[in-house]
Structure formats: structure tokens, C-alpha cells
Ligand binder design. Structure first.
Ligand code: NDP
Length: 285
């Protein structure tokens, strides 16, 4: 039987951990005889042509990453309500006769990482693509969501579209979710660029940082010191990837295998694994 191909599309995509993580998951599920997952670099302006080519080249589905999540949704022939509401797709599945189904697993992946019960209040930092997914997910889970962004008009637009509140100063909440790229390049700028001090982190029971980097992020190091439950960007990556795996294969994703694979390329990380599905609460609860 010909291998059904899966992959991750982006530009750049060299540093994506999805190939290692998804390949390990396929092997653990005994599906590596049926599927193979690869990296597909898509230069600017070539997404539509690439999707057409992949559909004809035995691809079953792809993850989509920066900068193509919005365009991927626009090119799909059908979309889940979640992808449509967020305005972005990170998972595409190819069907017969050129059909492309768009899903967004970033939103449910965040809720999976937070576990039950979902938070009642949340502060989202950022107003880009990942902030839209986080705000939508948390709102759908019943949380009162506040959004802060460096460019306030963008936060206001997001808030109006998704039925959440835009704030000019960080509000108290059970969960803080960093969806900005602050801390990715230079950890020393974290508390200069975010609108709160490290001491103020103590008012959040749980801090989620979508950013991940070797050695962990300064935001989570400081949150951990203040006793917050911490969820790092690799756990978020694993949870969205697990949902994509389940969409494509119809099988439960082997979460621990995926975590290990995502983190093994990240061997300098000092952060402990966040306990799966623990719900929101202080680290020592
Ligand atoms: P976008 O480019 O869509 O949005 C970037 C956001 O960061 C904007 O809100 C922008 O604010 C803000 N920002 C950028 N620089 C600064 C700064 N110096 N100070 C304050 N705010 C700043 O990116 P995404 O939403 O797609 O991704 C955001 C981050 O999350 C990235 O680092 C990405 O790697 C990470 N990510 C991780 C995932 C995971 O699986 N762990 C999944 C998706 C993303 P403004 O509007 O003012 O420009």
C-alpha cells in the first residue's frame, strides 16, 4: 500500500518540531507503515500551488504554521465552525476531487492543556493569530476573557469579533496566556515588553506561555518561582498536534510519546512537563 503522506507547511519551517513529534506518534501507534510525516517549506506566494500539488501527490493532511494559517482557511473548500470563527486553520485534510477540509486544533489544544475545570477568568496577551485561537477557546469554555495587546486597536478589533473584552492594563484572572512573541529572542526584555512586573505574576493561578525556547522562557521561570502552575509552549504544541493526529488517523494520540519527542529536540529545557489535564489551580494544590 502506498504511504499516505502528512506534513507541516510553513515559511520558515526548518525548526518545526512537528515532524519529530508526529513521526514518533505514528510509530508508537503502529501507523508508520501507513503514514509518513514530513516538513514542507512553502516560499511566499506558493501556498495555493503547493496545496494543489500535495493533494495530487498522495498527501492525506497537513499542519499549517506561520505565516499561512489565515490563507489556508481561505483556500479550503470546507471549514469547521471553530476554524471559521477564529479565522485561521492549522490542520488541513485532503478529500476527493480537490476537497480540502480546514480545522483549527490550536483552540481545543489549549483547553486540553489547561484541563478540567476550565478557568472562569482569563487574560490573553496579544492579538495575533494564536491570541485569537486562545480567546475563542477560553470564551467557548465559559471564561470571561480580557485581551491586552501592544497595539490596542488590534485588541479592540479582536474583542469585538470574538465577544471578549479589550483592556488597556492587565486584569486579574485565574489564567494568564502569553500569545505575544515576547521572550522568544531575548529573555531580558520580557518584563520590559509585557505590561506587568514579575511580582504581579503571583495573581495568576496558572500561567501559559505559547513561546518556547531552549532553557525555558523568563515568563515561566518567574511564574514558577511565584508558585503559579505553568504550561509551556511545548505542551501547547503537543496538544494541538495530538488533535491533528486524531483527525487524520481516527486513533487516540500517544501523548507521552509526543511530549518526549517534542522535548528531546529541546534537551536544554529546564522546565518540567506540565501535568496533563490537571485543571487550573496553584502549583502545589
Ligand atoms: P502573530 O505575529 O500573529 O502575533 C504576534 C503578537 O505578538 C501580536 O499581538 C504583537 O503585537 C505581539 N508582539 C510582538 N512583538 C511584541 C513586543 N515587542 N512587545 C509586545 N507585543 C509584541 O503571532 P502568533 O499569534 O502566531 O504567535 C505568537 C507567539 O506564539 C509566537 O512566538 C509563536 O512562536 C508562538 N506560538 C506557539 C505555538 C505553540 O504551539 N506553542 C502555536 C502558535 C504560536 P502587535 O499587534 O502590537 O504587533
Amino acid at each position: 500500500m502506498a504511504l499516505r503522506k502528512l506534513g507541516v507547511l510553513g515559511w520558515p519551517v526548518d525548526h518545526s518540531r512537528s515532524p519529530a513529534m508526529q513521526s514518533a506518534a505514528l510509530a508508537a501507534a503502529g501507523l508508520d507503515v501507513e503514514y509518513a510525516y514530513e516538513r514542507v517549506a512553502v516560499p511566499p506566494g506558493e501556498l495555493a500551488g503547493t496545496l494543489h500539488r500535495l493533494a495530487g501527490a498522495g498527501f492525506h493532511g497537513v499542519n499549517v504554521t506561520i505565516p499561512y494559517k489565515e490563507e489556508a482557511l481561505a483556500l479550503a473548500t470546507e471549514a469547521s465552525p471553530v476554524a471559521r470563527a477564529i479565522g485561521a486553520a492549522n490542520t488541513l485534510t485532503f478529500g476527493p476531487a480537490g476537497a480540502i477540509r480546514a480545522d483549527n486544533t490550536d483552540a481545543p489544544g489549549l483547553l486540553d492543556a489547561l484541563g478540567d475545570p476550565p478557568p472562569r477568568t482569563a487574560l490573553v496577551l496579544g492579538a495575533g493569530g494564536s491570541a485569537r485561537a486562545a480567546a475563542y477557546a477560553l470564551r467557548q469554555a465559559g471564561a470571561a476573557v480580557a485581551v491586552w495587546n501592544r497595539s490596542p486597536e488590534r485588541a479592540r478589533r479582536l474583542a469585538a469579533e470574538l465577544g471578549v473584552a479589550a483592556v488597556e492594563r492587565p486584569a486579574r484572572a485565574e489564567v494568564l496566556v502569553n500569545c505575544t512573541s515576547v521572550g522568544l529572542q531575548d529573555p531580558d526584555t520580557t518584563f520590559k515588553e509585557l505590561p506587568l512586573t514579575s511580582d504581579e505574576l503571583g495573581q495568576y493561578a496558572c500561567v501559559v506561555d505559547l513561546v518556547y525556547r531552549s532553557g525555558g522562557t523568563e515568563l515561566l521561570h518567574q511564574a514558577e518561582r511565584r508558585g503559579c502552575r505553568c504550561v509551556d509552549g511545548l505542551e501547547i504544541l503537543v496538544r494541538q498536534g495530538a488533535r491533528s493526529f486524531e483527525i487524520w488517523t481516527g486513533r487516540s494520540a500517544p501523548l507521552d510519546v509526543m511530549r518526549q519527542a517534542a522535548r528531546s529536540e529541546h534537551s536544554h529545557s529546564q522546565l518540567p512537563l506540565s501535568p496533563p489535564g490537571r485543571g487550573v489551580g496553584p502549583a502545589d494544590a
